[in-house]
Design a protein around this ligand. Structure first.
Ligand SMILES: NC(=O)c1ccc[n+]([C@@H]2O[C@H](COP(=O)([O-])OP(=O)(O)OC[C@H]3O[C@@H](n4cnc5c(N)ncnc54)[C@H](O)[C@@H]3O)[C@@H](O)[C@H]2O)c1
Length: 387
């Protein structure tokens, strides 16, 4: 068995996602487990260089995770011989960074949204193809145990004909002018900095829906800026210029006909459900409710028969007669699972479908969602051609 090091330029790892999910839970965890096993028995060991603006923060982060290389100069870091560039910086910085990395012949893996527009996302995809580098976008929700279980139910034909999908995502993000500090960065609430919940979440809904139930063929969306001003990281009040809640409806091309999907996405709701994301699927033969980890089902024969009667206390416990879908070892961190797939894709050409074209589809749905809100209409989702 040979240990094969693979260099990764990691940009944006002092941020929320970059640090927690990508550096600590993925790359550092893969290093701790001795690398990613390859099909010939070798192990691929990530050797990251952490890139950012604040050298002291980068150093302390690197030291905490046994990493020796840091840099505050992206251009110089990209001039080295690391094989991969990873980007988890702000969405509106991504395209320029990715172009620079491709020009240096790096394989590129990055956070969603891939870019600010569909056109720019496709331009990056074509650029990567022309340069012959591998490309990937984070589609982490697909690797959550709850979503994997839903997909298993779909593939097993559990639902019969799927009628509808209802997603409820969100929680209260504190405003910053009282009580607990805001739990999200302020740029999320400024359109000019790439913020907005449609741009943030519709990328996720696109791949979750496409991969689990059938391609999204049309969208209708109403959004809002419910909280007009918030306090930023420096204690200053700022105007919220981006949407903080989106109420979207999608038409999907299901295996047995159209499926209607509705997703509420909001940073301005208080949670009264089991998880921050909950998806209910109803079909002719059964229903399921999935969260991030768990998934419960009710089959046709176990369906209660409620009768509308507000004059008596509700006689049915609707939470009865649901069964937990068993785990099948589906508890690896979703980001780490995808990192391992991408690393194998780079090292031994293992199949990998979550590429820049897939990333462009997410951006496309967000763009169409915003347009539908502005124009107050349903919009068809054009097919994205790989070229
Ligand atoms: N996959 C997911 O579930 C998920 C969840 C949240 C965020 N994201 C995506 O991850 C990305 C980062 O989001 P976040 O919440 O971690 O943001 P964040 O603000 O916490 O982190 C942003 C990172 O970019 C760096 N940065 C900011 N301005 C910069 C500049 N001018 N030049 C260079 N670097 C700069 C910061 O230092 C930090 O490292 C976004 O694109 C976001 O859409 C993905």
């Amino acid at each position: 068995m040979t240990i094969r090091p693979i260099g990764i330029v990691m940009n944006g790892v002092t941020g929320r996602m970059g640090m927690n999910q990508h550096l600590i839970r993925s790359i550092a965890a893969i290093r701790q487990q001795g690398g990613v096993p390859l099909s010939n028995g070798d192990r691929l060991l990530p050797d990251p260089i952490l890139v950012g603006r604040d050298e002291a923060r980068l150093r302390s982060l690197a030291e905490a995770h046994g990493i020796s290389r840091v840099s505050t100069d992206l251009e110089r870091a990209l001039a080295g011989d690391d094989a991969i560039y990873f980007d988890a910086t702000l969405t509106n910085l991504r395209a320029a960074n990715v172009r620079q990395a491709i020009a240096r012949g790096k394989h590129v893996y990055c956070e969603k949204p891939l870019a600010m527009t569909t056109e720019e996302s496709l331009e990056l995809a074509r650029r990567a193809e022309l340069a012959g580098v591998k490309h990937g976008v984070v589609q982490d929700k697909l690797f959550l145990p709850g979503i994997i279980k839903l997909k298993r139910l779909v593939d097993a034909g559990f639902f019969g004909r799927i009628l509808s999908v209802r997603g409820e995502f969100g929680y209260w993000v504190f405003e910053g002018d009282w009580g607990p500090p805001p739990q999200r960065p302020s740029w999320n609430y400024r359109k000019e900095d790439g913020g907005g919940i449609i741009s943030d979440m519709f990328c996720h809904w696109r791949y979750v829906l496409d991969h689990t139930f059938g391609p999204v063929t049309a969208v209708q969306c109403v959004a809002a800026t419910h909280i007009p001003s918030r306090i930023d990281e420096h204690g200053n009040r700022y105007d919220v210029t981006a949407d903080d809640a989106a109420y979207g409806t999608f038409r999907l091309g299901g295996r047995d006909g159209d499926i209607i999907a509705q997703f509420n996405s909001s940073w301005t709701v208080r949670v009264y459900r089991d998880e921050l994301l909950q998806i209910q699927v109803d079909g002719t033969l059964g229903s399921a409710v999935a969260g991030l980890r768990g998934c419960r089902t009710q089959d046709r024969a176990s369906t209660p028969r409620p009768v509308w009667n507000p004059d008596v206390p509700n006689p049915i416990d609707f939470y009865e007669n649901w069964r937990e879908v068993p785990d099948s070892g589906e508890f690896e961190n979703a980001f780490k699972v995808q990192w391992e797939m991408f690393l194998r894709h780079v090292a031994e050409d293992a199949p990998y479908s979550h590429d820049f074209y897939e990333g462009a589809k997410g951006v496309q749905l967000a763009e169409l969602g915003l347009e539908s809100w502005t124009r107050r209409c349903w919009l068809d989702v054009p097919t994205i051609a790989r070229s």
